[in-house]
Design a protein around this ligand. Structure first.
Ligand code: FE
Length: 326
């Protein structure tokens, strides 16, 4: 982590009429006043109308089930879009019905990539076969490098209430697929936040302005959680080498007068390499995850929880797992 994270005291509350200052900085979006129509000047010195937004198609969502019967929405890793190099999978789990999450993800293996779990609501307990254990609560991140192989479980630690989170799979290049497994359990309080002009940016990975993310990544990845109050702007240009997607969690964002992304539409916009984003939140505000990374450009051989470069390596992974080598 580097750079300067603004404190909640420096947040520009003055400009956000109706903002409930008694709330914590971790949930400003919970108190959005839908009646506001504030127009902010964007940080780069022009208004959102002049911005260029570069999208390259959409990821259609698919309702599915995984683990021992967890209902989830698969956003990436579907029959329509198997992967978006360097990303292999992106799932949302969101339900207040315990029957849809309570059975969790009992012990299962992984090899050849990383899993990134980001909780918005609810609690999960993570355990692995060599004795590591961790808890994930609201706002927490777990960045797990499966590398040469782990066997782990991811189980809800709650039997009622809302469970809401995301899991991203980040591929590893051939040279790193067999690295030692590593966990980064990052509590919400350790994730740097920038608060300015009705915009909150949590920097989970990569860099935003002069703020470095909380996670150490093995390949270049940007992972931001952005919350905009009504009428607030967000400007950012992806590095020319990065591509990714913008997943709406809440509300709508506009570029000029055109709505470019909205929650609940059943699809997630893909961002072209080096996309320049100039986004204006709709009246109800907006929250989105901006995820991008540098493509690896290698062949992908995947089956279930193993992601390698060749079929032979996949067979080896199955054999190693069955022989108890994980
Ligand atoms: Fe897993």
């Amino acid at each position: 982590m580097s750079g300067k994270a603004l404190t909640v005291d420096e947040f520009d509350f003055e400009r956000v009429v109706g903002f409930d200052q008694s709330r914590t900085a971790t949930e400003p979006w919970a108190s959005l006043d839908s009646g506001l129509d504030l127009k902010y000047q964007c940080g780069m010195g022009y208004t959102s109308d002049e911005h260029i937004t570069m999208f390259d198609g959409h990821l259609p969502h698919m309702d599915t089930e995984d683990g021992a019967g967890v209902r989830l929405t698969r956003i990436l890793g579907t029959p329509q879009r198997d992967h978006l190099d360097p990303f292999l999978l992106f799932d949302q789990f969101r339900s207040d019905d315990p029957d849809q999450y309570i059975r969790g993800f009992p012990p299962h293996p992984h090899r050849g990539f990383e899993t990134v779990t980001y909780m918005l609501e609810g609690h999960m307990r993570h355990r692995d076969s060599v004795g590591n254990e961790g808890h994930l609560g609201p706002g927490d991140v777990q960045w797990m490098t499966a590398g040469k192989g782990i066997v782990h479980s991811e189980m809800p630690e709650m039997d009622n209430g809302l469970m809401w989170g995301y899991q991203l799979w980040v591929n590893l290049p051939a040279a790193q697929k067999m690295v030692e497994p590593r966990y980064q359990d990052i509590p919400a309080a350790q994730i740097p936040e920038l608060l300015e002009s009705g915009c909150r940016v949590r920097v989970i990975a990569g860099h935003y302005k002069d703020i470095g993310g909380a996670s150490q990544t093995r390949i270049p990845v940007l992972y931001l959680d952005v919350t905009l109050l009504s009428g607030a702007c967000f400007d950012h240009s992806l590095p020319a080498t990065h591509r990714g997607f913008l997943h709406m969690v809440q509300g709508q964002v506009f570029s000029g007068d055109a709505m470019v992304a909205a929650a609940g539409t059943g699809s997630t916009p893909v961002l072209d390499s080096g996309a320049t984003l100039g986004l204006l939140a709709g009246e109800a505000g907006a929250r989105f995850l901006l995820i991008a990374g540098e493509p690896i450009g290698e062949p992908i051989a995947r089956h279930g929880p193993f992601v390698m470069n060749t079929r032979d390596e996949l067979v080896q992974a199955f054999n190693d797992y069955q022989n108890g080598l994980f």
